[in-house]
Design a protein around this ligand. Structure first.
Ligand code: ZN
Length: 395
């Protein structure tokens, strides 16, 4: 047993002991309920759909979902019961299932892992609205608001109640731990074990840039995995970041579970970029056609645009405080030694000039004009002769 799983087991035992104590107290009061039973671990997670009996705004609540249990040829709107809040209520996430009239592959589309990203939510909603279950072979499930408390305040990270508020990046928590020490970890564990993984033959986790740092339209994925490459090439967008990225991101948790997955990046945070969204809707519909879920001719793909594929993102970090002026735009090609940004202090004096060290394409730029030292100003997608593996990126 690895140190990690032993830690999880010990923690679970602790949780079960605590819950058993509460259960005994409840039994004395004559109100013990089945739902007070300890949560099973991932390998004991219930197979099949579990309805809690709750209904929120007309939508039934589930604590586990198997799309095979749902009526074919229909669209189903459900809430999934996620982690518990300090008040004792739960964070519920929105689940839409388009269950085809014929059997087939099962795709999972997710957004809202970061709460300040909006174009990704709209992309998933638009794809789901295009689907007609009566014409489909297979199932598509969408979960649009995964980090619910972060989405509520339109901020990147989950506000966990620790010693005061801790802000947790939920895209470093996957596959989560149902008995983890933070709500973000428990929420990730519940979703991954009982909602996402059991219903996915392939999965796409949609993102945008982050507040203060916008990106162009591109996909992050591993081109050396044939099933993933086939999907990446179906998007009519100009860049692919061919990199495994860091552990803990949702699409890597899917891959670790044997489910092909990748992450589209759809422009700036906080806004709807309808033009860019249309490209990702077209690409995602192509993916559904590729898997035989939806019939019809392919739309535009990577073949119809010039796709630049890079395996590394060269970061340019601010060395000074001041206002940044970009000298290049997203998608511009840059050369080594080319000046890409300058920075002025409060007197208007130029205090820094920033150059590219690589030949590549601009994939992300700081959009907040003011910067302090250390902030990423520009990311340049390029090809490293000997890639060093997973790289950080503000997805
Ligand atoms: Zn994100």
């Amino acid at each position: 047993m690895s140190a990690k799983s032993k830690e999880g087991l010990d923690r679970r035992d602790f949780m079960i002991a605590s819950i058993a104590t509460v259960g005994a107290a409840a039994a004395l009061a004559g109100s013990a309920k089945a739902q007070d039973a300890p949560a099973p671990s991932a390998d004991q997670a219930p197979s099949g759909t579990v309805y809690t009996g709750d209904v929120i705004q007309g939508k039934k609540v589930v604590s586990a979902l198997d799309v095979n249990d749902l009526e074919p040829g229909q669209r189903h709107l459900l809430y999934f019961q996620g982690a518990q809040m300090p008040t004792g209520q739960h964070w519920h996430v929105s689940v839409t299932v388009a269950k085809g009239v014929q059997p087939g592959k099962r795709g999972v589309l997710t957004s809202g892992v970061h709460g300040d990203e909006m174009s990704n939510i709209h992309t998933v909603q638009t794809v789901m609205n295009r689907l007609d279950p009566a014409e489909m072979s297979g199932t598509v499930m969408a979960v649009t608001d995964i980090a619910r408390p972060a989405v509520e305040s339109m901020q990147r990270r989950w506000p966990n109640q620790g010693r005061g508020i801790d802000l947790i990046d939920m895209n470093r928590e996957w596959p989560g731990n149902e008995n983890g020490l933070t709500a973000a970890s428990r929420h990730a564990g519940l979703l991954f074990n009982r909602l996402l993984r059991p219903n996915a033959d392939f999965a796409i986790d949609f993102h945008t840039g982050t507040t203060g740092f916008e990106v162009t339209a591109f996909n992050i994925g591993e081109m050396d995995v044939p099933e993933i490459k086939a999907m990446l090439e179906l998007y009519p967008v100009g860049q692919i970041f061919d990199n495994p990225t860091y552990p803990g991101v949702l699409h890597n948790a899917f891959i670790d579970a044997g489910i092909p997955s990748f992450t589209p990046e759809i422009g700036a945070a906080r806004v709807l970029d309808l033009e860019m969204i249309a490209l990702f809707v077209e690409g995602t519909m192509n993916v559904l056609k590729h898997h035989g879920i939806v019939a019809g001719p392919m739309g535009r793909t990577g073949k119809d645009v010039t796709v630049f594929i890079g395996n590394s993102a060269f970061p340019i970090l601010a060395t000074q405080g001041g206002i940044v002026e970009h000298l290049v735009k997203l998608n511009d090609k840059v050369e080594p030694g080319q000046k890409v940004a300058i920075q002025r202090n409060s007197f208007g004096e130029v205090v820094a000039e920033y150059m590219s060290s690589v030949a590549g394409e601009v994939t992300g730029q700081r959009s907040d004009a003011m910067s302090e030292p250390g902030n990423p100003l520009v990311f340049i997608l390029f090809n490293k002769a000997q890639p060093e593996g997973a790289e950080a990126y503000p997805e």
